[in-house]
Design a protein. Structure first.
Length: 306
């Protein structure tokens, strides 16, 4: 039976258009928004505890990586936005700040524990955090770094356990500062792509209280080599970073480093943190890891406080 070319032509055009649509959607994935909550620089020498600068470096790298597309970033400095509709499109929310333990310091989300004495938050704060938690429970990723892993208020601790599966607790955890050897654990995890073990100078909040081993993957073991400490001696090799997969489908990423700002010039540190943020946002980590090159000059420019 002969088939008319007039009837074939529309079908071919339709198939070609369908193919172009599929290719287009594959080549240009949907944009992912990543939000950063930075505490103010409320203590420490220049070059240390540079919370906003650190997060702006991450934002710069994610938007300028040679092997990532479709990521937009927003950095909030000082406090989280009171209008949480500003975060409704976030694929991940990343926090880097001081703890809630000292009235002279600031956490962008949790009030200082001295105002509560470990007790319940006031009605307004409790309602805000409940709304924030509802947002996270929709599958939004959470990343917590360094000193902000320390939570004193019991409500804050419970949120951390829910969002990232662990936290730093005074009297059990440690935060030595000095020379470290970093060992990679569970090296098949996507966050380790392109990352090699490294040695560096750092203050690491390590030996956290951890929950749900079935949902948690330990990523880094910190080996203190020559360190000082604050109040309690280091306890030997312990967990310094982990990944967490929540029941709601969201992901958590925690890393106890990010004190010394110039550690961003270490390619393995940089790649590990960038991979972790990308993974928390449910973005495929590129083979070889997120590629962002920094020099001293570009680091200074990327970390400029707005």
């Amino acid at each position: 039976m002969a088939i008319s070319t007039k009837s074939v032509r529309p079908m071919l055009i339709a198939l070609l258009l369908l193919g172009l649509t599929v290719v287009s959607e594959t080549a240009y994935p949907q944009t992912k928004d990543i939000v950063f909550l930075a505490g103010p620089k409320d203590h420490g020498a220049p070059g240390r505890h540079e919370y906003e600068k650190d997060l702006r470096v991450i934002a710069y790298c994610l938007e300028n990586a040679s092997n990532l597309k479709g990521i937009t970033t927003k950095v909030y400095a000082g406090k989280a936005p009171q209008d949480l509709s500003e975060l409704k499109n976030a694929a991940a929310i990343i926090i880097h700040s001081s703890s809630d333990r000292d009235p002279r310091e600031h956490h962008p989300l949790f009030p200082q524990d001295a105002t509560t004495n470990h007790g319940p938050y006031d009605q307004q704060t409790a309602a805000y955090l409940k709304e924030f938690d509802a947002l996270i429970s929709k599958g939004v990723g959470v990343g917590i770094f360094h000193y902000s892993l320390w939570a004193e208020n019991y409500t804050a601790r419970n949120y951390y356990l829910k969002w990232i599966g662990g936290l730093w607790v005074q009297g059990f955890s440690r935060n030595p500062s000095g020379d470290w050897k970093i060992e990679l654990k569970n090296t098949d995890h996507p966050i380790h792509r392109g990352v090699k073990p490294w040695n560096f100078r750092e203050e690491i909040f390590y030996n956290p209280v951890l929950a749900d081993p079935e949902r948690r993957t330990d990523l880094l073991i910190g080996h203190p080599l020559k360190v000082g400490w604050y109040g309690a001696r280091p306890t030997g090799p312990q967990v310094a970073a982990w990944a967490y997969e929540r029941e709601d489908g969201g992901r958590g990423f925690a890393y106890g480093g990010l004190d010394f700002h110039d550690n961003w010039l270490n390619e393995d540190v940089r790649k590990f943190v960038l991979n972790g943020v990308v993974w928390a946002a449910k973005i495929d980590v590129p083979q070889g890891g997120v590629n962002c090159t920094l020099t001293e000059e570009t680091l200074k420019k990327a970390g400029e406080v707005k």
